[in-house]
Design a protein around this ligand. Sequence first.
Ligand code: FMN
Length: 170
Amino acid sequence: MNVFEAIKKRRSVRSYLDKPIEDEKLNAVLEAGRLAPSAKNRQEWRFIVVKDSELRRRIGEAANGQSFVGEAPVVVVACGVVDGYVMSCGQPSYPIDVAIALDHISLAAVDCGLGTCWIGAFNEGKVKEIWGIPEEVRVVELMPIGYPAFQTVKEKNRLPFSKIVKQGHW
Ligand SMILES: Cc1cc2nc3c(=O)[nH]c(=O)nc-3n(C[C@H](O)[C@H](O)[C@H](O)COP(=O)(O)O)c2cc1C
């Protein structure tokens, strides 16, 4: 599968088969995150891989009750190490870098026949408490990964190209 095919095929998956992910596949998907680019190559990302069913259930609770999150066989808790670094453009780099790594992960997952969903609706305090995540580390996103229970073929609902791409000026 080439990268355009993976981009087109990726969908938010909110229903997963009760089937474990082979270690080799999971490691390949996480490796795609490890290889992502980051500002100054700082690689502030850290990923907690959660397989334990009780901990997954608790993540679903912490994700504002989105129980499907904990129904995936693996949930990645994507963290950023915060040391106050801000790029000269004024943006802190860690959420951007963590997001790029997660995007690599979500596309590699498609190539492996797996589905994912970005989860930004969660209570960070609760997630940090479950894993004893240190103060200087932020939880940027959660990402369930698993075999999709069904394939969505619906067209992606996106703004038209002409609205989002400005040719040469705003
Ligand atoms: C940063 C971010 C946070 C998101 N948070 C959630 C979430 O908490 N729960 C959820 O079901 N979907 C969440 N989504 C998924 C979006 O709703 C979804 O990507 C969007 O509707 C487009 O659909 P698609 O992913 O199937 O292309 C999130 C997506 C992103 C990028």
